[in-house]
Design a protein around this ligand. Structure first.
Ligand code: ATP
Length: 292
């Protein structure tokens, strides 16, 4: 007699907890709602070479805690700049500012000499392709999920992006190939596979500037190598900014920025930073030991 009511109570409890979690997510989403608008006389961003410049950028989410302090650097056209540093140093915040989810509190960010606060957000985001840590997949086929990168892309173009993103082998093993349904109600993809879907989308979009936010959780080395090869493909000849957690990913970067507590404390390529024997060299040694 008591079993059924208790079972029912358990069911109600789980439902309520689930709903509360969703409400929490909703609040989180509202908090991260873009806080900037277009100025009334906003122009379209015009890309010539794709040079990004951060000029003495300062930023905080809450006035009592400065997150970025006087950050200045340039990403020269067609080069790859990587940002490394401890968790919470402010690396992802750089990307949020570049995408204009927030405006700097001081200083400015330019692309090809145009302050990004003066251009339409639509044109800005059209020219930047982002491969995020966690990619959102829709309840649709993997093919359509990739075509989302450029909805008017032809079937051949999508297939080419699949090949360049090294997803072809994975897809050929799926029950319905590229027509297999993925997402919440379909096939679940691993973190590495999802990142390759994001790379395929970026390949279709062919943005002038590519931002890659490497996942924190480590992937098996085969998956990681596939992602790196795919990234090289999409970054060819483009300006790219990579937020890296594993230094092995970015040894080939033209410039590596080392961030600590909101400041850039070292910059150079892999070899010069190792020779400096500073924070980068320390991080490198620690990761090498871990790998061993
Ligand atoms: P990780 O390597 O762990 O991803 P990160 O270097 O990318 O770290 P950020 O995500 O840029 O660091 O965060 C920098 C600081 O800003 C952190 O202390 C973080 O808690 C804080 N922060 C990030 N987003 C917000 C936000 N929306 N509101 C308030 N504080 C935030």
């Amino acid at each position: 007699q008591i079993f059924m009511p208790l079972n029912f109570l358990g069911f109600v409890y789980r439902e309520i907890r689930g709903s509360l979690a969703n409400i929490e997510n909703l609040f989180k989403l509202l908090e991260t709602r873009p806080q900037v608008g277009d100025p009334t006389d906003a122009r379209e961003l015009s890309i010539e070479q794709g040079r990004i410049t951060f000029n003495n950028v300062g930023f905080y989410y809450h006035a009592d805690r400065q997150i970025l302090k006087d950050v200045s650097f340039s990403v020269e056209p067609g080069t790859k700049v990587a940002v490394v540093g401890e968790s919470g140093a402010g690396k992802s915040t750089l990307v949020k500012l570049l995408f204009r989810f927030y405006d700097p509190k001081s200083g400015s960010i330019d692309i090809d000499g145009q302050n990004i606060a003066d251009v339409t957000q639509h044109s800005l985001r059209q020219h930047i392709g982002i491969v995020p840590q966690d990619t959102v997949l829709f309840n649709d086929s993997i093919f359509e999920n990739i075509r989302y990168g450029r909805p008017d892309a032809s079937e051949e173009e999508v297939n080419e992006a699949i090949r360049l993103a090294h997803l072809d082998q994975f897809i050929s093993n799926l029950p319905d190939g590229a027509q297999t349904k993925v997402g919440e109600r379909g096939l679940k993809l691993s973190g590495g596979e999802k990142q390759r879907v994001a790379i395929a989308r970026a390949i279709l979009k062919r943005p002038a500037i590519l931002v890659f936010d490497e996942a924190t959780s480590s992937l098996d080395s085969q998956s990681e190598q596939a992602i790196l090869r795919a990234l090289r493909e999409v970054a060819k000849g483009h300006t790219s900014l990579v937020i890296a957690h594993r230094l092995s990913t970015i040894v080939d970067a033209d410039t590596i920025l080392v961030m600590s507590q909101g400041r850039i404390i070292e910059q150079g390529n892999h070899a010069t930073l190792l020779a400096q024997q500073g924070m980068y060299a320390g991080l490198w040694q620690a990761q090498q030991k871990q790998a061993d």
